[in-house]
Design a protein around this ligand. Structure first.
Ligand SMILES: [Zn+2]
Length: 274
């Protein structure tokens, strides 16, 4: 399934694997001038190529190497001879996607991308009349970048935002690192945020500040309850509830308990709690 829409000079492609009439998860790719920001899932590859038919694409920028952001790199690079830019730490995985072991649910929803050839992105990138700052961010994956255009006040966040109130953490994420990067991003002047999961978000700066506030508040509550003697399991039940479908569908990849444990075990918080 693929739907295209426009936002000022951008074309936004929302896509996902259709299972019958059901699309379990959407991801967005963004076309600005001759540059695609992320390439979505390989399951929507044929539709995506058809939607891009009249377009001229010279470059792909990957916010990070995850399979739902690089799924059509190979197809598009082959067809358009496009260069691919990504953070240097993402490049080994973009070249050899099977070096990352996907879980069952990931194979069903996105599958392994084919390898493609990327080069390291610099600190700034010019796309037509737009000048983007490349910001290295932490906590979601290695080699994750956000792209900021200070004149338009646009921020492309890859998977760093994904909604204000997240109650799960992925097994390979780090809560404190994400919070620290998000806090830095929230200091930028932002009008519109472009999120891989949610698409274009107006008042993006406010949404980002709300997310930072929510995360700090949640961390504070978790640490207070821990100091008051509650176990990690009791804290989860009190603040986030029991594990739910998300845990079971993803084979435990997204977990409420992991969020609590990750906060309690981080070095920074250890120093605060002890
Ligand atoms: Zn990701």
């Amino acid at each position: 399934m693929l739907k295209a829409s426009t936002y000022e000079d951008l074309t936004i492609y929302k896509m996902g694997r259709s299972i019958g009439k059901f699309v379990p998860y959407f991801v967005h790719a963004f076309l600005l001038e001759d540059t695609l920001i992320d390439t979505g899932t390989g399951f929507a590859g044929v539709e995506f190529l058809s939607a891009l038919k009249e377009k001229k694409i010279n470059r792909i920028i990957n916010t990070h190497y995850h399979e739902d952001h690089t799924g059509n790199n190979h197809l598009i690079q082959q067809k358009y001879s496009a260069e691919i830019l990504a953070h240097r730490d993402s490049i080994p995985y973009i070249s050899h996607p099977r070096n990352v072991k996907l879980r069952l649910y990931q194979k069903h929803i996105w599958n392994y991308p084919e390898g493609s050839k990327a080069t390291a992105i610099k600190d700034f990138v010019v796309i037509g009349p737009y000048q983007f700052q490349v910001i290295h961010v932490h906590g979601h994956s290695a080699g994750h970048i956000c792209l900021y255009e200070p004149y338009k006040k646009w921020l492309f966040t890859g998977d760093m935002f994904c909604g204000v109130k997240n109650i799960y953490l992925r097994r390979d994420e780090d809560f404190d690192q994400m919070l620290s990067s998000l806090e830095d991003l929230s200091k930028l002047k932002i009008d519109t945020l472009f999120c891989s999961l949610k698409g274009a978000i107006a008042n993006g700066g406010q949404a980002l500040s709300e997310k930072v506030k929510y995360m700090k508040n949640l961390r504070g509550k978790i640490l207070n309850l821990h100091q008051a003697g509650m176990t990690a399991g009791q804290i989860r039940n009190k603040l986030l509830g029991r594990e739910d479908m998300m845990f079971f569908i993803t084979g435990g990849h997204f977990s409420k308990q992991f969020l609590i444990n990750n906060i309690l075990s981080s070095q920074y918080n250890k120093a605060v709690v002890e």
